[in-house]
Design a binder for this molecule. Structure first.
Ligand code: BJW
Length: 239
C-alpha cells in the first residue's frame, strides 16, 4: 500500500492534502468527536453556531479564548512539518485544512486553504471591521462593536457557508489532484469531507489510526498517526 502511494506521489502532477483536527492531536490539541473530543464536554449548538453566539456571545468567546491560548502554547508536530516538506517534494501541492489552529502555517506550509476560518482575527457581524486576536483572544468587554454589531471569531460555524474563494480553490485542487491525502479527519462534516470524494480519478489515501466514514471508499488506508506516517512518507520520497 505504502509503495503504491509513494509511486503515485512521485508521479503526481498535483496533490491535495485534506487535514482535520487529528493532525494536531499530537501537538496536544483535542479533536472534536470520539474519546476526549471537544463535543463530549461542550454543546455544539451553543458554541459553534450563529444562534449560540447570538444567545450568549460571552460564553462562545470564553471557549474560543481558551482554545486560542491552547493554540499559542501548542507547537507543530512531525506531521505538520512533514506536510510542509512534502509541499517542496511534490508538484502542484495544496493543503486544505479544517483546522483553525494555524499550526500548518507555523510549520512552514505555504499554500494553505483554511476551510473553516482561523483564530487569528475577529470580524464584526455588523460592518467590515476586523481586528487581530491577542495571545488569549478577545477581551470579553470588547465584544460589542461601535457600529452596533458584535465582534465574532473568523470561524465557519454550522449552517454557515465556507469562504467562497477558499472553497473554490480547494474544490479546484481536488478536481486537479492525482493524489488526495486525507489526514486526521472523521470526514463527517460537509462540504469539506466531499473534497476526498470529488475526483473519481484521484488516488485517495487515508492516514488515521481509526476507521472513518470514508475508509471503505479510499484506495489506500494507512492506520497510524499523522506524526508517525507522514514523516515516513517524506523520508521514503526523499531517499
Ligand atoms: C488522528 C490522530 C492522529 C486522532 N493522527 N488522526 C448532511 C449532509 C451534508 C451536509 C450536512 C448535512 N447535515 C448538515 C449539514 C451541514 C453541516 C454538516 O456537515 N453537518 C454534519 C455534522 C452532518 N455543515 C455545515 O453546516 C457547513 N456549512 C455548510 O454546509 O454550508 C452550507 C449550508 C448553509 C446553510 C444550511 C446548511 C448548509 C459548515 C461546517 C462548519 C464546521 N465547523 C466546525 C467548528 C468550527 C471550527 C472550530 O471551532 O474549530 O469545524 S465543527 C468541527 O468539525 C470543526 C472541524 O473542522 C470539523 C471537522 O472535524 P474533524 O477535524 O474531522 O474532527 P473529528 O473529531 O471529527 O475527527 C478527528 C479524527 O482524527 C478522527 O477520525 C480520529 O481518529 C483522528 N485522529 N488522533 C491522525 N494522531
Amino acid at each position: 500500500m505504502m509503495e503504491e502511494l509513494l509511486a503515485r506521489l512521485s508521479a503526481a502532477r498535483s496533490t491535495l492534502a485534506l487535514t482535520g483536527s487529528g493532525i494536531s492531536a499530537e501537538s496536544g490539541l483535542p479533536t472534536f468527536r470520539g474519546t476526549g473530543g471537544l463535543w463530549q464536554t461542550h454543546r455544539v449548538e451553543e458554541l459553534a453556531s450563529p444562534k449560540g453566539f447570538a444567545r450568549n456571545p460571552s460564553l462562545v468567546w470564553s471557549w474560543y479564548n481558551e482554545r486560542k491560548s491552547a493554540h499559542q502554547l501548542a507547537r507543530p508536530n512531525a506531521g505538520h512539518y512533514a506536510l510542509a516538506h512534502l509541499e517542496t517534494l511534490t508538484r502542484g501541492f495544496t493543503l486544505a485544512t479544517q483546522n483553525v489552529d494555524s499550526l500548518h502555517l507555523r510549520a512552514g506550509s505555504q499554500r494553505v486553504l483554511e476551510l473553516h476560518g482561523n483564530l487569528r482575527e475577529a470580524r464584526c457581524t455588523g460592518c467590515a471591521a476586523r481586528r487581530p486576536l491577542g495571545r488569549s483572544g478577545l477581551p470579553l468587554d470588547e465584544i460589542e462593536h461601535a457600529c452596533g454589531g458584535r465582534m465574532r471569531p473568523d470561524i465557519v460555524w454550522f449552517g454557515e457557508s465556507l469562504p467562497e474563494e477558499v472553497w473554490e480553490a480547494a474544490y479546484d485542487a481536488a478536481l486537479r489532484a492525482d493524489v488526495i491525502l486525507v489526514v486526521g479527519t472523521s470526514a463527517v462534516v460537509y462540504p469539506a469531507a466531499a473534497l476526498a470524494q470529488t475526483n473519481a480519478e484521484a488516488y485517495v489515501a487515508e492516514i488515521n489510526p481509526e476507521a472513518t466514514a470514508i475508509s471503505g471508499r479510499v484506495d489506500c488506508v494507512l492506520r497510524g498517526t499523522a506524526a508517525q506516517m507522514l514523516p515516513a512518507i517524506v523520508e521514503a520520497l526523499s531517499s
